[in-house]
Design a protein around this ligand. Structure first.
Ligand code: ATP
Ligand code: MG
Ligand code: FE
Length: 347
């Protein structure tokens, strides 16, 4: 079956076509340039941009694939979590297409799509895996028994998400928004051991009570203090070393917990997804630790880490293949859709 995937949770309007696990086209239009000067996403601007780019981007995707709208067998759209205005524009468009074609519509969990997209490159999942979701809004460990029907949330961040923490440190250092990729790049040139930054939730009590959770706000505060002290003393900031040491602290927590979760649950595979899964040190450290523990890691190529239509089409293909019921056309987007819910089944 040919599945059209539509992404609209935040600032990206994305369309992709997937047949089985084969990606035919993936087209994204982003309004990030319009938000950059505010240092954060402005929901009203994002919603308007979806409205303006929805049809042109869809038409480009269809033309590039040489596919007519009538040839599509199912429509999938991200139904949450995300910005309600962005979701509403994309969902209305998706519903209109599904209704006009008389085809089933699947309202999907955007975050689970970040994991599903890996199949387009590395092939279908063939057993349970530990999902490490790391993005601008999430840092979670999931036990995924079946991506369509059976997901258990093991833990998540108590405060900031990994990407969010990177963006905030980027701002402290005066780097452009979003700071994540810039902090990553500076970190590659720095010394990871230069500054001793704290690891979140490392007290004995937290290690038990928050076994699979993350916390990055204490670390972020430590970085802020470090920067303030140097600035007060009129010293130059060792930007590369700060980025490298901060990045090491975040990625140490993420990778050690992901591997431990796999070992403790007797799972052989870890899959990562989300914008932060593009982080170079995360990928390096996870590979290192997984190899030492005899665990397989699957990571999507960089171009599929940030938001796109391919992640939605890939997940839609899973639901179609599993023969699961589609979503009712009168569903509402869910800005805080829970991670153990892959798609909307009833209103
Ligand atoms: P969610 O998926 O939870 O709804 P989101 O869709 O806003 O959140 P994504 O688009 O998946 O988030 O990811 C964007 C985040 O990824 C930003 O915080 C960005 O700074 C971060 N990011 C992207 N590339 C890198 C990188 N190389 N290193 C660190 N962070 C990065
Ligand atoms: Mg984005
Ligand atoms: Fe995302």
């Amino acid at each position: 079956p040919l599945v059209l995937g539509i992404e609209s949770t935040c600032d990206e309007t994305g369309f992709a076509l997937v047949r089985g696990h084969e990606l035919l086209v993936d087209r994204t239009s982003s309004s990030m340039d319009q938000h950059a000067r505010y240092g954060g996403i402005i929901p009203e601007i994002a919603s308007r941009a979806h409205l303006e780019t929805f049809l042109p981007t869809l038409e480009q995707a269809l033309a590039e694939a040489g596919v007519k709208l009538e040839e599509i067998d199912a429509v999938a759209c991200s139904a949450g979590p995300g910005l309600i205005g962005s979701l509403t524009v994309g969902n209305c468009g998706a519903k209109a297409i599904a209704a006009a074609l008389g085809k089933p519509l699947y309202g999907l969990n955007h975050v689970i799509g970040h994991l599903a997209v890996d199949q387009l490159v590395d092939g279908p999942f063939d057993g349970p895996f530990i999902g490490l979701i790391v993005s601008g809004g999430h840092s979670n460990l999931l036990l995924v028994n079946d991506i369509a029907t059976d997901i258990v949330e093991l833990g998540g961040t108590l405060d900031d998400a990994a990407g969010e923490a990177f963006d905030k440190v980027g701002r402290l250092l005066g780097l452009p928004y979003p700071g994540g990729p810039h902090v990553d790049r500076h970190g590659q040139a720095g010394n990871r051991e230069a500054i001793k930054f704290p690891r979140g939730l490392s007290r004995p009590k937290d290690r038990i009570e928050h076994r699979w959770d993350f916390s990055f706000s204490g670390l972020k505060t430590a970085v802020a203090r470090y920067i303030e002290t140097l600035q007060r003393e009129g010293k130059e900031l060792p930007v590369d070393d700060i980025c490298a040491s901060f990045s090491e602290a975040v990625n140490d927590s993420l990778t050690s917990k992901a591997i431990d979760a796999a070992l403790e649950h007797g799972i052989k595979t870890v899959v990562i997804g989300g914008g932060f899964s593009a982080n170079s040190r995360l990928r390096e450290l996870l590979n290192e630790r997984a190899e030492a523990a005899g665990i397989e890691v699957r990571m999507p190529p960089l171009r599929y880490c940030t938001d796109n239509g391919a992640q939605i089409a890939a997940l839609g293909a899973n639901l179609v293949a599993a023969g699961l019921p589609s979503s009712p056309l009168n569903f509402s987007p869910d800005s805080s859709m829970p991670l153990n819910q892959t798609h909307i089944v009833e209103v």
